[in-house]
Every structure is written in C-alpha cells, then in structure tokens.
Design a protein around this ligand. Sequence first.
Ligand code: GAR
Length: 188
Amino acid sequence: MKNIAVFASGTGTNFLAINKALNVNSRIAKVVLVVSDKPDSLVIKHAQKLNKNIFTFNSKDYKNKSDYENSILSKLEEFDIDLIVLAGYMRIIGKTILSKYYKKIINIHPSLLPSFKGIDAIGQAIEYKVKVTGVTVHYVDEGVDTGEIIAQETLDISNLTSREEIEKEIHRIEHLLYPSTIIKLLEE
Ligand code: GAR
C-alpha cells in the first residue's frame, strides 16, 4: 500500500477523481496528504471535507523556494510519501524536492507534449487552431513539462466550437487517464 501526496493549486477535480479511484482500489494506494500553495483554493475545501491531511503555504512567508520546499519535505517525510502527484499545481518543483523524489513525481498536462508546454496549454492549442490535442501524464524533471512521457490520450477538437467544450472534454479524459495511469504505475 503506497502513500500518495497530491499537490494542487486550483479547483481539485483531478484530486477528487484520483481519490475516488483509489478508494475503490484501496489495496494499491491512498491519498494521505494534500499540499497547496493556495490556502483558499477549492481543492483545500474538498480535502477538508474528505478529512485529508493538508499542508498549505504562502510562498511570500518564506525566504525562497528551497525554504518552502524544505517545509513541504518534512510533511512528505512525516506521512511517508511514496509518490507525488501534481494535479494543477501551478509551481515548478525545485531541486530540494526533486533530489529526494526523482522519478517519484508525476504531472498531468492538458496538451499532447511536447506541444504547448507551460501555462494555458488549452488556450495555446486554440490559438494554433490545431485539430487534435490531448492530455499527457509525465514524470517531472528539472524542466517545465519536459519529463519522460508515461501516458497520452488524444482529443479531436475539430468539431468543438468553444473553449468551454474543449475544457470539459480535456477534464473528462484527465479524470480517467490520471487515476488509471497512477494505478498502473504502482502495480508495476
Ligand atoms: C488540469 O486541467 C491540469 O491538466 C492542469 O490544471 C488543471 C487542474 O484542474 N495542469 C496544468 O496546466 C499544469 N501545467 P483541477 O484543479 O480541476 O484538477
């Protein structure tokens, strides 16, 4: 049984999907900790309702990245975390955490990497008028959305007319792809 920490900054729909899937597959892993740089975010409200252990921080309260990442590290150690799952965590993981959890941090990104790295990947895809986009799950390395790809799923957007429709479809894919990829990885 592995212990997972989910890092998130936003609405937390991926956190909810992962938590639900792992409740069903409870012998494989459990989300035991939620980490967020946004104490007032929706993901934290969800985590509170689900009685999760929570660590929130405000980067402004720390001298630098390694300072706040050291606080996160002590939490990861306290809860004996095996895998870090980034789910809409809008910060770059620094070397303080990476050096301890290399190949044990994964991320989901709403594009077919290596296309449309960084922020607003869906907006970038719309701007480029691509006909096919998708979702990528990858290991986290020192770069931004550059780590080894673990899983991808495509989405034909040629008939989708609004950003809302595309976002809805991307989320639908994410909520299935992320939990199933995590389960597969941990079963290996
Ligand atoms: C997801 O669509 C995820 O792919 C994206 O943030 C969203 C979080 O949604 N992540 C990135 O863009 C990372 N570069 P959620 O808070 O509802 O899970």
